[in-house]
Ligand binder design. Structure first.
Ligand code: SAM
Length: 341
């Protein structure tokens, strides 16, 4: 297959675009501190600039784009960007990851603008637990948001749940049951030691093996879905046919298949969720760089890519949070809420 490959043969295909670093939640595993260093507004890419970069990425083989953040629905006039991206036939998948709070108001607008799929992050079905985890009282809005996604006509909806020991690991089955009613496929994410997760520790991680054991105790035999994909989730089928996924980035990483890269709202491009350095695409873009020059810059970086960030983390003894607050304050691009999940 043609395309742009890195040193491990991984194709450049999947671009996650953070459209804002702002968020209306303060999830304990992502934004646990009191105060944040926000990206300067004048440095945030305009929609036309994002569109121009996406055109360059498309020429290099990208055919999947996911909008994320921060909370992407906080970006003013997001449907304007979606219309611009949806008009590019080379993008065979255009998705968004949202915390769901604003979906009640915005789901129909996203659909009308041409968004293909929606993923909603939801860690608990219990309102009081949601408030503790997110430091906001907006659980009901998230559930309304999910209902609005279905009403707007979206299919292939996903619910992403970060599973933490002693926090929400008693809700795996209940979340699957809830997913059936939406309908949405639930994907359980192992708690990751990424930037922003300053209170992470290995004992709070519930491994894929552990999750499967718990679900098997409730449902009986669980069968892996037989499929070849570079998607981060391994998918499984319950005896009644319900499918769910597990993203095991912490205990069983999948760097070998990683075709993802991330663009921050201010135009820094990161090749790995664990990367400490990104490539500044805003500066050449605003400096008048030609499409060929941007292509050369991106191709050169991708072809030189060697990282296997999650696998390197796994190999570490005495694994602790990736970064301390002081480094996050020095460079907000290291935050998960800046580079997008
Ligand atoms: N605001 C949007 C949302 O809530 O989905 C998009 C941005 S959020 C950073 C994207 C995803 O990253 C969410 O599903 C969130 O749960 C996940 N995430 C953040 N920190 C994480 C961590 N330490 N481990 C695993 N997933 C994490």
């Amino acid at each position: 297959m043609s395309g742009t490959r890195d040193t491990w043969g991984r194709l450049l295909r999947n671009l996650r675009i953070s459209v804002t670093d702002r968020c209306n939640l303060r999830c304990a595993y992502c934004m646990p501190e009191e105060e944040y260093v926000w990206l300067p507004r004048e440095e945030i890419l305009h929609f036309e600039e994002i569109g121009r970069l996406v055109d360059v990425f498309i020429e290099l083989g990208v055919d999947k784009v996911r909008l994320t953040g921060g909370e992407p629905l906080l970006r003013k006039d997001l449907p304007g960007l979606i219309r611009l991206l949806a008009a590019k036939p080379a993008l065979r998948d255009l998705a968004i990851t949202s915390n769901g709070i604003l979906l009640g108001e915005q789901a129909q607008g996203l659909k009308d603008a041409g968004m293909h799929r929606v993923t909603v992050s939801l860690d608990t079905l219990k309102p009081s637990r949601f408030s503790l985890l997110t430091r906001r009282d907006t659980h009901a809005q998230v559930l309304e948001g999910l209902a609005a996604v279905t009403r707007a006509g979206f299919t292939d909806t996903k619910i992403d749940t970060v599973v933490m020991r002693g926090v929400n690991d008693d809700e795996l089955g209940d979340l699957i049951e809830y997913g059936r009613t939406v309908p949405a496929e639930v994907r359980f994410i192992e708690y990751m030691d990424v930037g922003g997760a300053t209170r992470w520790s290995m004992d709070k991680v519930v491994s894929r093996t552990d999750m499967l054991e718990r679900l098997a105790a409730r449902y009986g035999v669980i069968t892996p879905v037989d499929e070849v994909t570079t998607a981060p989730a391994d998918r499984y089928r319950l005896p009644d046919g319900t499918v769910f996924g597990i993203i095991s980035s912490t205990t069983a990483p999948f760097c070998v298949d990683c075709d993802r890269s991330r663009l921050t709202a201010d135009g820094l491009w990161y090749l790995c969720l664990y990367a400490q350095q990104g490539t500044d695409l805003r500066r050449p873009l605003r400096g008048g760089a030609s499409t060929e020059a941007l292509k050369a810059l991106i191709t050169g970086r991708w072809q030189a890519r060697t990282d296997r960030g999650a696998e390197d983390r796994l190999a570490q003894r005495d694994r602790a949070p990736l970064l301390q607050v002081a480094s996050l304050k020095r460079d907000p691009h290291l935050e998960m809420h800046t580079r997008g999940g």
